[in-house]
Design a protein around this ligand. Structure first.
Ligand code: FAD
Length: 438
């Protein structure tokens, strides 16, 4: 099959871009190196759109949460990633979480079955000299291609760390100590396993984090800043004795049924697969050595006999200086036949990566047919995120960014309550997206 657009990378962004292009009637070559004897430090399968860490797409609340709004906008644009997520979700309160294996299998199967998509298992080492191309190789782009991108852009790629939280086998958790609940009893179901800690237990755990043996950083990982949203627990612990208690270990809204009170601190676990056999430790990304993780995490009440399906870790994240390098439709200014999509553009997160893939696919489809697709309005979640990446952010201090209402143009609504303001943002976004689609 001769292709009209070449997509490099079959992750969240590349898969979504391929789907959008194919549905628009274009032939796509989707090159993915996994399955050709290659992998990244974080992927574990050959499946497309593999989730490398958490199984959560975060809040699904489209009225008062920016990522929930992004979900809704992507659904309105026929997103494959959202359709697969909706079809393979697992209970997670007001969040959208998925069974990672069946989710990835569904994305792979739908693309493989599409007559306009050719999935080729190959590693690409150079940027194509011509032909519409979308580079969606993610934060762990293979080294040679990363070198080629650096050479083509003339700008230094930045690096920082993302982090993996441990996963625990459900049947090794002591439910005589832990209990099921969602914070403030939100939603109809009790979706989290909660491990309660007394003040003494928390202080001992905090000290254990400070004292615990950490993994060495490799040379190329040294002196790079952490992304605040993915900070290792031991780094949080170093910031102060109560930092964790106001972060991932916060106990507010969680009544321990044995005492009727909030514990001093809580470790939460969230379901990680449809069977409910695996649970991840929420917010517990760490650079502690594996043996140290096992020893320390087994001091958490209820996890004394925990068996770990996966331990925590930290990884490099490569991204380009998009505000400087890309135009408003994600094209490399110096070589406009090439677009970038996904986390490599400096957006952060599964949903954001897929959203930027969706837009790159639609822009390329329009361009291939001699049309110009205007970017979505900046008042929408898609437009706000795109606008930030392609110029809204300060190039000099550019760092990865999740979608949030701070990226949206202000409302000029005078003094309004926070909840009302969020609703005004999302109401405006809905109307403006409808107008853009019309
Ligand atoms: C360790 C880690 C943990 C993360 N945890 C989370 C999390 O919990 N929640 C969250 O929302 N986000 C997380 N992220 C951030 C981000 O959302 C994910 O990395 C997401 O998968 C990015 O989507 P993507 O499509 O841009 O890249 P990816 O999903 O990584 O897809 C890129 C694809 O390109 C392929 N590839 C790379 N180089 C080549 C090449 N030269 N030729 C051919 N193929 C190539 C790779 O094999 C991969 O399949 C994490 C990132 C990392 C690195």
């Amino acid at each position: 099959m001769t292709h009209q657009v070449h997509i490099v990378g079959g992750g969240l962004a590349g898969s979504e871009a391929a789907w959008q292009l194919a549905e628009a009637g274009l032939n796509v070559r989707l090159s993915e190196m996994r399955g050709a004897g290659e992998t990244t430090p974080a992927h574990q399968t050959d499946g497309l759109a593999e989730l490398v860490c958490s199984n959560s797409f975060r809040s699904d609340d489209a009225v008062s949460n920016a990522v929930g709004l992004l979900h809704a906008e992507m659904r309105a644009l026929g997103s494959l990633i959202m359709a697969a997520a909706d079809a393979h979700k697992v209970p997670a309160g007001s969040a959208l979480a998925v069974d990672r294996d069946s989710f990835s299998a569904a994305v792979t199967a739908r693309l493989a079955a599409h007559p306009r998509v050719e999935i080729v298992r190959e590693r690409i080492d150079a940027l194509p000299a011509s032909g519409l191309t979308i580079v969606a190789t993610g934060p762990l782009t293979a080294a040679r291609l990363a070198g080629a991108i650096g050479a083509a852009t003339g700008a230094d790629s930045l690096a920082f760390f993302d982090a993996i939280a441990p996963i625990v086998h459900r049947d090794s958790i002591d439910m005589d100590i832990c209990w099921m609940a969602s914070r403030w009893d939100k939603g109809d179901t009790k979706d989290y396993i909660n491990c309660p800690m007394t003040k003494e237990q928390y202080l001992a755990f905090h000290q254990g984090l400070l004292d615990g043996e950490k993994g060495e950083f490799r040379d190329w990982e040294k002196d790079t800043p952490y992304f605040e949203g993915c900070m290792p627990i031991e780094v949080m612990a170093e910031r102060g004795v109560d930092t964790l208690r106001f972060g991932p270990m916060k106990p507010v809204g969680l009544d321990d049924p044995r005492t009727g009170r909030w514990p001093w601190a809580v470790v939460q676990l969230r379901q990680d697969n449809a069977l409910g056999t695996l649970w991840n430790m929420v917010g517990f990304q760490t650079k502690l050595k594996h043996a140290e993780q096992v020893r320390l995490f087994r001091t958490i009440p209820g996890l004394e006999k925990a068996e770990f399906a996966r331990l925590g870790g930290l990884h490099r994240n490569t991204f380009i200086n998009s505000p400087q390098l890309l135009d408003g439709t994600l094209r490399l200014r110096k070589a406009p036949h090439i677009r970038f999509a996904g986390q490599i553009t400096g957006c952060e997160g599964y949903v954001e990566s897929a959203a930027i893939g969706l837009l790159a696919g639609r822009f390329a489809a329009a361009e291939s047919e001699g049309n110009v697709l205007l970017p979505p309005p900046p008042t929408t979640a898609l437009g706000a995120l795109l606008g930030h990446i392609t110029g809204g952010a300060d190039a000099a201090s550019y760092q990865p960014m999740n979608v949030n209402f701070g990226l949206f143009p202000p409302l000029h609504a005078g003094r309004t309550k926070k909840a009302d303001r969020k609703k005004l943002y999302t109401d405006r976004a809905r109307l403006d997206l409808e107008a853009w689609l019309a």
